[in-house]
Design a protein around this ligand. Structure first.
Ligand code: NAP
Ligand code: MG
Length: 504
């Protein structure tokens, strides 16, 4: 494994950068940074070094109520929802520009918060801007007059698309910018106002997005953000003035939120965990597999919801592919997330680090064969205190093992064998033998055969020979991976409330 020479590392340079929010005592409420009521604070830790580099307020009831009140007042005043969607779309485009103008600081702050390599976070601003610009193109979905004659005659109905109201946006730590923006852009286009709760490990990069929104001239109160615990998140979900909840995070928390929203009859979108599979057909082009492996199967050090961490490999090519995967994974640089060459960073938090090591132990105890990795990474200097686990490949994994069934959310690949003498059916059955249904890939030299297998995978998105998300196509999970979708016009509909006005 190649590790980085710290003397050549840009860490020193970049951590001295003027990150605008290191130790802060404010929330973003009513268009400005407002002093927190709470005196309690939460540390922000650099997972690459284990060092605390910032702190934010742990919001209390007063902070939360102030944020929801600002969002409700702004919604009720109607200045935002009263605009044509096409006018709101212009603000979305301005927000995109302001986010792009902050690309470097967003990237470095995100990398310092959660250890995502800069090679990953360098694209975060462009991606976020792309989401705002995409939703700006959907203004017509809201603005176009939609008059529908009743099929039995006699009258017509004008279908209006109203904003649902104040939306609670709750995000996880793995992509702290994207997973807010994917909710925020359609919510704003729809005419909603929002309260954002970022995940506790990643409360800083989102502040820079708030600055971009303010700089874009978005009227005060449309977008509010409070930092605080999961308990505060629960209060936000249940707040009487919240009309809709959009959540990305773990399945257990998603169930609690769904239960609360069920009781309250409150619409909710849930993007939850996954355990997706790469089905490898016997004719796989190994160079295509090699080129797509890290991004499709271990993106962001294995901390991506849709990645295919289970490789389902034909017996006829099993050892060859195990060797290729091990070679590719062990050859990718692990080290300082702030260095441009880094492919694998640390786990985002100490607790995630411990969870990953526990899964590795369980795999060994259950008899899986560790081909590479399988232990903490031994890095030098200050990185030696970071939460690094070596990228790990287990072969001879059987579908009943814990690492084959449960979401690990770390750099661990499980390679499962299928008997290809009678076709691909067994591989599809293994891929579908999961409670989740989020992503998936098929690797094959025969594009048509790949599409046919993709059709049989019981999941919200499947790629043929690669995986990507498309802002224009719905993204969401089936089964324990969630309810509802984000992206595309379908993702916009979640923020709209329909009204039919009947007339003759
Ligand atoms: P998490 O523990 O479920 O937390 C997600 C967010 O919910 C955080 O902001 C968290 O706050 C908050 N929260 C915790 N308990 C809550 C409650 N009872 N009510 C309301 N909010 C609550 O997930 P995570 O550990 O941050 O992220 C990892 C998980 O996200 C993985 O399972 C991954 O698969 C999933 N994920 C899914 C997608 C997708 O699109 N399907 C994308 C990315 C990640 P605190 O941080 O303060 O606890
Ligand atoms: Mg968590």
């Amino acid at each position: 494994m190649s590790t980085l020479n710290l003397e050549n590392s840009p860490r020193t340079v970049r951590t001295e950068l003027d990150i605008p929010y290191r130790h802060v005592d404010t929330h973003f409420i009513g268009g400005q940074w407002v002093q927190a009521h709470a005196s309690e604070r939460a540390d922000v830790v650099d997972p690459a070094t284990g060092q605390v580099w910032g702190s934010v307020p742990r919001g209390n009831d007063d902070d939360l109520n102030a944020a929801v009140a600002a969002a409700k007042d702004a919604f009720d005043a109607g200045a935002w929802s009263g605009l044509e969607a096409a006018e709101r779309a212009q603000y979305l485009n301005r927000i995109a520009d302001e986010i792009e103008a902050r690309a470097d600081i967003l990237s470095w702050t995100n990398s310092l918060e959660n250890g995502s390599p800069v090679a990953e976070t360098a694209g975060a601003a462009a991606n976020a801007a792309g989401i705002f610009r995409y939703f700006a193109t959907l203004a017509h979905v809201i603005d176009e007059e939609d008059v529908r004659p009743a099929p039995r005659g006699g009258f017509s109905s004008t279908v209006k698309r109203d904003p649902v109201g104040v939306c609670a946006l709750i995000a996880p730590w793995n992509f702290p910018i994207n997973l807010v923006v994917i909710k925020l852009a359609p919510a704003l286009l729809a005419g909603c106002t929002v309260v954002i709760k970022p995940a506790s490990p990643t409360p800083v990069s989102i502040r820079i997005v708030m600055d971009a929104i303010a700089a874009a001239g978005v009227p005060a109160g449309m977008v509010n953000m409070v930092t605080g615990s999961g308990q505060m998140g629960d209060k936000l979900v249940r707040h009487p003035d919240v009309a809709k909840v959009a959540f990305t995070g773990s399945t257990p928390v998603g169930r609690k939120i769904a239960a609360a929203c069920g009781e309250l009859l409150r619409p909710v979108t849930l993007e939850l965990g996954g355990k997706s599979s790469a089905v490898i057909l016997p004719d796989v082009d190994v160079e295509v597999l090699r080129a797509n492996l890290v991004r499709s199967c271990l993106r962001n050090t294995g901390q991506t919801c849709y990645i295919s961490t289970r490789l389902i490999v034909p017996t006829s090519r099993y050892e060859e592919i195990v060797q290729l995967v091990a070679e590719e994974i062990s050859g990718a640089a692990q080290g300082d997330p702030l260095a441009e060459a880094t492919v694998f960073g640390p786990c985002a938090t100490e607790s995630q680090y411990n969870t990953v090591l526990e899964y590795i132990d369980s795999a060994k105890a259950e008899g899986a064969r560790c081909v590479t990795g399988g232990e903490p990474a031994d890095l030098a200097g200050e990185l030696g205190q970071g939460f690094f686990v070596k990228p790990t490949v287990f072969a001879d994994v059987t579908p009943d093992m814990r690492i084959a069934r449960e979401e690990i959310f770390g750099p661990v690949i499980s390679m499962i064998k299928y008997d290809d003498s009678s076709g691909v059916e067994e591989a599809i059955a293994i891929a579908n033998n999961t409670e989740f249904g989020l992503g998936g890939i098929v690797f094959t030299a025969d594009e048509e055969a790949g599409r046919a297998v993709a059709e049989k995978i019981d999941s919200g998105s499947v790629g043929v020979n690669f995986f990507a998300s498309n802002h224009a196509a719905p993204f969401g999970g089936r089964h324990d991976s969630g309810m509802g979708v984000e992206y595309g016009p379908e993702g916009l509909h979640a923020y709209l409330s329909y009204k039919s006005i009947h007339h003759r």
